[in-house]
Design a protein around this ligand. Sequence first.
Ligand SMILES: Cc1cc2nc3c(=O)[nH]c(=O)nc-3n(C[C@H](O)[C@H](O)[C@H](O)COP(=O)(O)O)c2cc1C
Length: 344
Amino acid sequence: MTEPGAPPLFRTRITELFGIRHPILAGGLMWLSDAPYVAAVVNAGGMGFITSRSSATLPEFEAQLARCRALTDGRSFGVNLSTSRHTTVPLMTYLAAALDHGVRFFETAGRAPADDLIAAIRNAGGVVIHKVPLLRHAMTAERLGVDAVALVGMECGGHPGANTDMPAMLGGAIAAGRLRIPYAIGGGIGTGRQLLAALALGADAAVIGTRFLAAAEVTAHDAYKQRVVAAGEDDNLVAFAGNTPMGGAWRVMANGTAREIRRRQAEGLDGFDAYADLLKGTLSRDACYRDGDTESGMLSMGAAACFIDRVEPMAAIIETIIAEAAACRARLDRLMPEMAAAIA
Ligand SMILES: Cc1cc2nc3c(=O)[nH]c(=O)nc-3n(C[C@H](O)[C@H](O)[C@H](O)COP(=O)(O)O)c2cc1C
């Protein structure tokens, strides 16, 4: 474990951009990245993003912002804005509310952020990181003027979208030669070994979702967290693989709802209406996260669940990841004795 007060282990373009201690971004989580979750990440030295889409009304969203501000003791935190065409909340209104509450860090995901969105964030002195599943989308976002991009691989929990072929480590290595702005990579990352590998291949941070799902500060039923703890690398599946009218791939816990989706797909059912009863976001929010029925709802989750072996505070998870990265770095030094001696 790193000593309290010790200098940070890593300094990257993303730790500088967000003013954070560790190169760890906790990507927005529908229903789950609320004020306590985001505050826990921020207080542990990473950056977290409140999902604006999880608040059905503006007052609810503003209450989350106020609560997070109180819990973070003046530290900066972020907001996730969905630029998807399916988003039902008014994006610019929610952005204005976040800016009014002093939020300056934004993770956008969905379609390329529009000029007026980037301008509104920039004019307020804010920073925007746009999350994409494909490198060509990252390059478009760079051209549009975002500050950084997060590139997620096909293995990510949630929506790898049109990315059904490109894993994070490969996409991230290719990105090093194509992007000029800072970038994070995500998808399947749950250990310090992977964090170090991400930094080694050129990325400035890791985006993590699944590995944090059983954190003590996640507002969800204990039965859900225990199911995540028990999950191995094979306990997820991709629904709607490929470019479907449903908006592309979605990696979720392999539960009753996900298997029923697969069954209907195998029957050739097409179009939103054929799946609407299973896709209701409130099914995951109410039946599973609130009431603990883990067979119900599309529960975004990736293979990194296999790295979780208990419910514990976010600070302990992040400390473990950073300590692992340090141990991994020491291992590399041992594998390269002559170089380590030359550097020393
Ligand atoms: C439960 C869950 C919900 C998610 N919801 C969102 C979301 O609302 N918006 C978003 O941009 N990304 C969402 N994601 C994706 C994460 O922000 C992140 O990109 C992803 O989890 C990284 O891959 P990993 O899960 O393998 O770590 C979600 C992921 C999970 C696991």
